[in-house]
Ligand binder design. Structure first.
Ligand SMILES: *Cc1c(COP(=O)(O)O)cnc(C)c1O
Length: 379
């Protein structure tokens, strides 16, 4: 009998979510309506940030952050090599140069010392990535940023709900970006949010998501005005009320889902630790004082390609996160990057494998994956 395919991640959508979306479809506002602010407030309250700007993707949140900080041609922004391409692309959109930093081989996180060594007079900002859901050492990164007058941006697309020494991701950088793509912790189909404690940065991000126009259609209608001005070059990065309603409904389930992710990760950890047959599969380190949001469960394995093929052939949707960004053809051709620039990220890339992890999984799914890894299919 064919086994059911187990993806590495996927959304959970229930009847409550569907009702919330249907209610908006019957209402007056499909976009720029009341659900947008309500969703922003819900996420802000949860992450402990005063201002939230809902946008159409995590990529849009990063781009809005670069715009708001005034990143411009001639500037450099330090980004880790081990991340999704969007972390670096947002710098290029603003005409600035992404400077790729190597990562810690044990955690695949950006390290403060590595950042400090890459700072030049042109450096404007640093973007850290909470890889797999584990927060960077934002306190140490903050010290480096402050010493050199740099802005600190968190690409926390993996880390909604993670904490560092009891403080939640969302309150640790100047701007923190989240994604609501279906594989992430909550979904709006596509969607994202940039959160900040700085009202001026929030205003600039709101302007940017709305074509650079200073008032919204809803505000103008309320005020009985037609006049508007475009004061900056912006984009249409708005998130619809339909999506925000789904996001609000999903937020009610976030804590339960995070708890389940942590349980499943702990089960992987204990099974892999007790696995004598497969000592080759090593999970990444989790630092003390950190509570990961467990977006991904990543192991390193010296025979990664063979393991990948075997697992896929058995219906396990293992994946690789990520091809280091500086190895992508676009960056090689246009920015002169290539192998040797970030050796730890490149060595990790040859060995990393993402195992399935999402809150709808059963314990037996984890046992099954680990038993296949061991090579004796007992389930
Ligand atoms: C998902 C993700 C993004 C981009 O989010 P989208 O919503 O897909 O645009 C950016 N950075 C990281 C690290 C991500 O995982």
């Amino acid at each position: 009998m064919a086994e059911k395919y187990l993806p590495y991640g996927r959304q959970i959508v229930d009847e409550e979510d569907i009702r919330a979306v249907a209610d908006v479809l019957r209402s007056d506002w499909l976009t720029t309506g009341p659900m947008v602010e309500r969703f922003e407030e819900t996420v802000c309250r949860y992450v402990g940030a005063p201002y939230g700007v809902a946008v159409s993707s995590g990529n849009a949140a990063l781009h809005a952050a670069m715009f708001a900080l005034g990143v411009a041609p001639g500037d450099e922004v330090i980004v880790p090599a081990m991340t999704f391409a969007a972390t670096a692309n947002c710098v290029v959109y603003q005409g600035a140069k992404p400077v790729f930093a190597d990562v810690d081989p044990a955690t695949l996180l950006l390290e403060p010392d590595t950042v400090e060594a890459l700072i030049t007079p042109r450096t404007k900002a640093v973007i850290g990535v909470d890889y797999a859901g584990q927060p960077c050492d934002w306190e140490a990164l903050r010290q480096v940023a402050d010493r050199h007058g740099l802005a600190l941006v968190a690409d926390s697309c993996h880390a909604l709900g993670a904490t560092l020494r009891g403080r939640r991701v969302g309150s640790l950088a100047d701007i923190t970006c989240f994604s609501f793509h279906p594989v992430k912790h909550i979904t709006t189909g596509e969607g994202g949010m940039a959160v900040t404690a700085d009202g001026a940065l929030a205003r600039r991000m709101r302007l940017f998501r709305n074509h650079g126009i200073s008032t919204s259609a809803a505000q103008r209608e309320k005020a009985g005005e037609w006049f508007y001005e475009m004061t900056e070059l912006g984009c249409n990065y708005r998130l619809t009320d339909i999506q925000c309603a789904l996001g609000m409904s999903q937020m009610r389930k976030l804590e339960t889902w995070l708890a389940r992710r942590r349980e499943l990760a702990a089960l992987y950890g204990s099974l892999l630790a007790s696995s004598r047959e497969e000592p080759a599969a090593r999970p990444l380190d989790i630092k003390p004082g950190v509570e990961s949001a467990w977006h991904l469960y990543v192991i390193r394995h010296p025979q990664r390609d063979a393991v990948f093929r075997t697992m896929r052939a058995r219906g396990i949707g293992v994946n690789v996160h990520y091809v280091p960004v500086h190895l992508h053809p676009y960056y090689r051709e246009h920015w002169g990057t290539g192998p040797g620039l970030c050796p730890a990220a490149e060595a990790a890339y040859a060995e990393i494998l993402t195992l399935p992890l999402w809150p709808g999984m059963e314990d037996r799914d984890v046992t099954h994956v680990v038993s296949l890894l061991r090579g004796n299919n007992i389930l």
